[in-house]
Each structure stands twice: as C-alpha cells, then as structure tokens.
Design a protein around this ligand. Structure first.
Ligand code: SAJ
Length: 401
C-alpha cells in the first residue's frame, strides 16, 4: 500500500495512475476542501484524461483522506516554492511532510520525494530529519507537463535517485506498473540536479526565442518565420517567444541554481531576466500599437487569458499576473480581462462573459492561446489584436510581439 502525500497537480494524477495499475493507494492532503471534493466524486483541476483516470481509480479502490496511514511506501508531492528575496528553495512543506511520515511509517519504509528540489536539498534538509531512523529516502522527480500529464506519466522516462539499490529497485518496480519508458537509477544529487537542469534548459531556450523576438522587432523581421526556418536545420530547435514564462516550474527552478551558485550561473540568470522582462515588453508593444491606431482610452484595452499557458486552469506566476502587478502599481487598478478556463474571479476587472468583455474593449491582447480562441478567431473581428502567442492568423488588425 502506498500513501501519496499532497494531492495537487502532480500528486493527484500520480495517485490515480498507480491505483489504476494494481497498487492500493491512499491519497492524503491536509486541505480538507480538496479531500471533500474528491470524496464527492469531483477532480480538483482540469486536465486532459484526468476524469476518466479518476473514475477508474475510484473503482479500483483509491481512498482520499487528510491523515496519513501506516505504510511501507510514501510518495511526497508537496510544493517546493522559492523564497523570492534569497532565490533559495523553501523546504518547509517538504520537511513538514517528512516529519509526519516518520510519525506513522513502518520500520524500513521508503519515502519517495517527487517534489522538485534544488541540488543538495536532500543532503542539507532531509537527511538530518531521518537520521537514526530505519527508513530509505528516494528522489524520483516528477517530469510531466500540464496539458499532457496522463500521457507523459505513462511515456516519459523516469529518474530514481537513491543511496540504496534495493530501495531504488523497489521504487522502480512500483513505477514500472504504469510507466512504459526507461527508468534510470542514479544517486540522489544527480536526480535532483538533472530535474532542475531540464527546466533550466527550457527556460534558456525560451529566453533565446524572446530575445530573438525583440531583435526581430527592432530589425523589422518576422521572428516566427525565422524560427520556423532555423528549426528546419537538424540540430536547431528553438522554442516560441511569448509574453513571459509562468507556471510553478520553469519560472522557479532556474532560480535554485542562481540562488545557490550566483557567481557561476550567469547565463541562467540572464535568461531568467529576459523572460521576466517580457510583460514590460508587451506593455511597450501595446503603447506603440495604440499610438499607431490613434487609441487613447486605456480602459478600452482587454487581456484575453490569465492562466500561465494554453488550456490549463493554473495561473501561478502567469505572465498576465506579472503584467497586471506592474499595471496595478502604476495605475492603481487592473485592466479588463477574460479567461475561458477560469471559473473563479481573480480580479474585479475580470469578465465572466466573453461577449460582454468584447463589447467593452477595442484592443484585445491575447496573452494565452487557449483552444477557445484558436477555434473562434472570427469572434475578434473588428478589434485591434495583439497576439502575443502567434495563435491567430496573420493579417488585418492583428499585431505580433
Ligand atoms: N512557453 C513559452 N514558449 C514556449 C514554451 C513555453 O513562452 O515555446 C511558456 C509557457 O507559455 C509557460 C511557460 O513557458 O508560461 C512554461 O510552460 P511549459 O509548457 O514550457 O512548461 P511547464 O511549466 O508547464 O512544465 C515544465 C515541463 N518541463 C520541461 O519540459 C523541461 C514539465 O515536463 C515538468 O514536469 C514541469 O515543468 C515541472 O513540473 O517541473
């Protein structure tokens, strides 16, 4: 039997897929509202294939509760945020979860940490918690991408970092019950570092695309055409520019390296700065488009998309939130906005109705390329549009970054 500790974006799909593949699973979360919702038969966030998986897992006997049970195997998937001032990892949720596990676990239990951690975190903060206790620590960092989580759980290769080969093999066997890709066994620090490196690589690649967007704008070139052509080279694969990098992973993990190795992470730090500069760049683009079109009323600008990327309902660290912070500081209020993926209202200036939103604005800034807008570009007819995601057809009154 396995306890999954933390039923957020990673813990929940992991718990469900294990339950669907022959493991007896207890899903645990301190948040009673999450447990209540799951016990009422509802998933807690939108994700392709999650509902189907949930139904099967319930049939297979998964249970959800706020308390841990005595077990031989625990998987921890709690948040590991970074401290914005020091840029270092905040391990309070992780250490809290480990302490709770130690209070109930069986002798010889294995504790798998799936949460992303900066290299050295387990040595520095976890080992002293488990010292003298008969437990094994394993690090198996999650690698699934929101929007394609269920497929990636099955098809992405996994990393298992452990001190003890037997514990590593035991965890490997568990993951093999649902994962068809290669499962690599390594040491704990290599597992920590490789996960952070993967997300840092992506952040740097996006920063390169964003820098190219700025260069192409200044040099009057089409960045999308240039990236498309460059990517035809067999060894070039540039990502897409956009209004910034959000989410809880790519915009956070590189800071772990900057925080711990400030003198050695110059490229990584610069990439972070470039990606963080994009919301300001978008504001400059809006200003120039307004000038070009003789628009003066800033209350007639509307932002489409609040989440951190397309077709998810997660808005943590999203470029729209970053941009709204800047506007709020400058003007004292937030601009008009709409997001088809969000049922909850984050801002007074947020619309529930797309039609009402469109009626009240002249310039629409598309911050997220949700399927909703891709399927219905005609709804923007008659508007001036800044498409920061290149998700609409070029032409007419549509501008790009
Ligand atoms: N973005 C761009 N241009 C691109 C791709 C992404 O601007 O070409 C932006 C997105 O719009 C978003 C941000 O970057 O704001 C991050 O989105 P993402 O889709 O690149 O990644 P995440 O944060 O959803 O998931 C990443 C994945 N990591 C890698 O692909 C290396 C995922 O596999 C990890 O499991 C996840 O981080 C995590 O939890 O660490």
């Amino acid at each position: 039997m396995v306890n999954i500790v933390g039923l957020g974006y990673i813990g929940l799909p992991t718990a469900l897929i294990m339950a669907c593949n022959g493991t007896q699973v207890v899903g645990v979360d301190k948040n009673a509202a999450i447990i209540e919702k799951l016990n009422n038969g509802e998933v807690t966030f939108q994700e392709e294939g999650l509902e189907g998986l949930f139904e099967k897992a319930v049939e297979a006997g998964i249970t959800f509760q706020t308390q841990l049970t005595k077990s031989h195997m625990y998987i921890i998937a709690v948040p590991t945020p970074f401290d914005k001032a020091s840029k270092r990892i905040d391990v309070s949720y992780l250490v809290g979860a480990i302490r709770e596990v130690l209070m109930v676990c069986q002798e010889g239990a294995t504790i798998v940490i799936e949460s992303t951690v900066s290299p050295g975190t387990i040595d520095k903060y976890v080992r002293k918690e488990v010292e003298g206790k008969n437990v094994q620590i394993v690090h198996a960092p999650e690698r699934i991408i929101p929007g394609n989580m269920v497929k990636e759980l099955i098809h992405n290769a996994r990393i298992i970092g452990a001190d003890d080969i037997q514990a590593a093999q035991e965890v490997k066997k568990l993951y093999e019950s649902f994962c068809v890709a290669e499962i690599v066994i390594t040491d704990i620090r290599s597992a920590e570092m490789s996960k952070v490196v993967e997300n840092t690589f992506r952040d740097i690649n996006i920063a390169f695309a964003n820098e190219l967007a700025k260069i192409c704008r200044a040099g009057d070139m089409d960045v999308y055409e240039i990236i498309r052509i460059a990517n035809m080279h067999p060894r070039v694969n540039i990502l897409q520019p956009g209004p910034g990098v959000g989410g809880h992973c790519i915009s956070v993990d590189p800071w772990f390296l900057v925080g711990d190795f400030p003198q050695l992470s110059l490229l990584i730090h610069e990439a972070r700065k470039i990606n963080d500069s994009m919301p300001v760049y978008i504001l400059e683009r809006i200003e120039s488009i307004m000038n070009e079109n003789g628009l003066t009323d800033i209350s007639r600008i509307g932002f489409y998309g609040i989440t951190y990327k397309e077709d998810v309902d997660d808005y943590r660290e999203s470029p729209t939130l970053q941009l709204f912070e800047i506007v709020k500081t400058a003007l004292g209020n937030t601009p008009k906005c709409y997001d088809p993926m969000l049922n909850n209202m984050l801002y007074d200036s947020q619309y529930e109705s797309y039609e009402a939103f469109l009626r009240d604005v002249d310039l629409v800034v598309v911050m997220v390329g949700h399927s909703h807008i891709r399927r219905n570009p005609g709804s923007l007819k008659g508007k001036i549009v800044l498409d920061t995601r290149n998700c609409l057809v070029q032409g007419g009154n549509t501008y790009f970054i």
